[in-house]
Design a protein around this ligand. Structure first.
Ligand code: SF4
Length: 458
C-alpha cells in the first residue's frame, strides 16, 4: 500500500529481551541457573520495604520508600509480594545507575504502578467510588460450595486457594486473596483443601448443565502440583465438563514455575488426558504491559502448548498509568501474539474495589480504546475490552444499554440468572444493572451531583 501519512499506530516487530538482573545491586551475583530456578525465585520474592531496598540499593531515593510505606499503612488492599522475575521487568533498560537515578523512572514504570503502588499514586479527591465494595463482583455471595462461584448458567469459577506467588495492587479478589493489610482484614477459606475440592467435584457431578470450569484462586501455581493434577484429573472424569481453564498470572510473573520439570511433565499428563477425552484445556494468564513479556515468559507459554495445552490466552486489566492508551495495548498484544504464542483475549475494566479510582477508566474511554485497537491485529487475536458488571457478568463495552455520561452511570442488561436469583424471564430481561465511571472523569456538573449525593447520605 502506498501512503503518505503515517498510521495512528505504526507496527514494528520487537524481539523479546530478558532484562539483565545483574543491573540490580542485590542480584549482582545471581547466576542464570539460580535465576531460572523456580525455587530460587520463590525464596527471593520481595515481601517488604527492607527487602526491596536490599535489591534496589541506592538506585531509588528514600522519597519512594516513604511513599510506599504511607500507602501500605493507609490505602493498600493487597500486601507486597513480588517474584524477582517481575521486579526485573521494572525500569528494564536504564541509561544510568548513579544513586537516585532511577527514582523518576521507577515512579513512572507501568509494572511498578500496579504491583507496588504508592500513596501519591492514589487520588485524593475520590480515592474510592462511593459504590466500591470489597467483593465488587459478589463472587462470594454466589458460592455454591466454598470457593465455587456459579454466576453464569454453564460455567463456574473454582477458587482452589487464596494465595498467589505475586500480589497485584488492583486485585479484584482483594476480599479473599493474600494476607490482611492494615486496611483490609481478609476473608478466610475455612475448609481443608481436600474437603473443599471434594465439595466442588460433588457439585459439578450433580449439575450436568455446567460444562466449563475456570480453575483459579489465587493462582493455581500455588497449589502443590500433586493436588492440582489430582483435582484436574477428577474434573476430566466428569464427562459433562468440556472446557477447563487454568488461571495463572505466574505464567508471566514466575514463568520458572511453569518450566519446572515436574510441572511440565504433570501438565503433559493432564493435557494428554484432556485431549483423549475431547476436553479443551487452556491456560489463562494476566499480563498488563509489554515489559512483562520476556523470553522466559514466551518459553513457558510455548512449553505448555508443546505438551498439548490447547491455548494460552491473556486476560489483562485496563488501568490508567499502566496500559490505558492504544499504543500500550497494541504493543502488548503484538508481543503476546507475535512473540510469545499467547492469545490477546480480554482486557477487563478494573473493578470497583476500594482505593482503585486512580486506575479505573470510564466506559466511554474503554469504548474509544476498543475502537482504536481495531484493524491492526488478526481478528481472532483482537482482544475485547469487557466491563464486569456487578450481578451481571462480563459485557463488551459497546453493549451498554443506556449511559448517563454526565453522572457517569451506565446501565446493562443480561439474559440469564445467577445462582442467587429467582426472577421470571420477563423480569430478568427488563432489569437494568448499574456500573459507575470514576468520578474524576466526569464533567464538573457530574462531580457536583456526586458530592451532593454524599452530603445527603451523611
Ligand atoms: S494474580 Fe490474580 S488473584 Fe493473584 S493477586 Fe494478582 S489479580 Fe489477584
Amino acid at each position: 500500500m502506498t501512503q503518505s501519512a503515517p498510521q495512528p499506530y505504526e507496527y514494528r516487530r520487537r524481539e523479546l529481551v530478558e532484562p539483565d538482573w545483574t543491573r540490580l545491586p542485590g542480584w549482582r551475583d545471581v547466576t542464570r541457573e539460580q535465576w531460572e530456578s523456580a525455587q530460587w525465585q520463590r525464596v527471593n520474592c520481595v515481601k517488604n520495604i527492607k527487602q526491596l531496598r536490599a535489591v534496589l540499593g541506592d538506585l531509588v531515593d528514600e522519597r519512594y520508600y516513604a511513599d510506599l510505606s504511607a500507602d501500605q499503612e493507609q490505602f493498600a488492599t493487597m500486601s507486597m509480594l513480588l517474584p524477582p522475575q517481575m521486579l526485573n521487568t521494572m525500569v528494564p533498560f536504564p541509561t544510568d545507575t548513579a544513586p537516585g537515578s532511577w527514582t523518576e523512572a521507577f515512579y513512572a514504570d507501568p509494572i511498578r504502578r500496579y504491583m507496588i503502588p504508592v500513596a501519591s499514586d492514589r487520588r485524593t479527591d475520590w480515592p474510592s467510588h462511593p459504590h466500591s465494595t470489597r467483593d465488587s463482583l459478589h463472587e462470594h455471595d454466589m458460592w455454591v460450595a466454598e470457593g465455587l462461584t456459579h454466576r453464569y448458567p454453564t460455567k463456574v469459577l473454582a477458587e482452589l486457594l487464596s494465595t498467589c506467588p505475586q500480589y497485584c495492587g488492583h486485585c479484584t479478589r482483594m476480599d479473599l486473596v493474600g494476607n490482611s493489610t492494615p486496611q483490609i482484614d481478609k476473608l478466610k477459606l475455612t475448609l481443608k483443601p481436600v474437603d473443599r475440592y471434594e465439595a466442588h467435584i460433588a457439585y459439578l457431578r450433580a449439575h450436568p448443565g455446567v460444562r466449563d470450569v475456570v480453575v483459579s484462586g489465587g493462582d493455581v501455581a500455588n497449589v502443590p502440583w500433586r493436588n492440582l493434577e489430582s483435582y484436574l484429573m477428577r474434573l476430566l472424569d466428569i464427562d459433562t465438563i468440556r472446557d477447563i481453564r487454568l488461571a495463572t498470572k505466574a505464567l508471566a510473573a514466575l514463568p520458572q514455575h511453569w518450566l519446572a520439570p515436574d510441572v511440565v511433565e504433570g501438565m503433559e499428563r493432564v493435557a494428554k488426558t484432556a485431549s483423549r477425552r475431547g476436553v479443551n484445556l487452556a491456560i489463562h494468564t494476566h499480563v498488563n504491559h509489554a515489559q512483562s513479556v520476556t523470553p522466559l515468559v514466551a518459553q513457558a507459554a510455548k512449553t505448555a502448548l508443546d505438551v498439548g495445552v490447547r491455548d494460552v490466552r491473556n486476560q489483562g486489566v485496563l488501568m490508567r498509568g499502566v496500559n490505558a492508551t492504544t499504543p500500550e495495548l497494541l504493543d502488548l498484544c503484538f508481543a503476546l501474539q507475535g512473540e510469545a504464542g499467547i492469545l490477546p483475549y480480554y482486557f477487563y475494566m478494573c473493578d470497583m474495589i476500594p482505593n482503585a479510582e486512580h486506575w479505573r477508566v470510564a466506559v466511554w474511554q474503554a469504548q474509544a480504546l476498543q475502537h482504536d485497537m481495531m484493524g491492526y491485529l488478526p481478528g481472532y487475536a483482537t482482544p475485547r475490552i469487557v466491563c464486569d458488571v456487578p450481578f451481571v457478568g462480563k459485557r463488551w463495552v459497546h453493549m451498554v444499554t443506556e449511559y448517563d455520561r454526565e453522572n457517569g452511570i451506565s446501565y446493562w442488561t443480561k439474559n440469564y440468572r445467577t445462582s442467587i436469583e429467582d426472577s421470571s424471564t420477563e423480569e430478568l430481561r427488563s432489569k437494568r444493572y448499574a456500573y459507575y465511571d470514576p468520578i474524576d472523569t466526569l464533567p464538573e456538573s457530574g462531580q457536583k451531583w456526586w458530592r451532593k449525593q454524599l452530603t445527603a447520605a451523611a
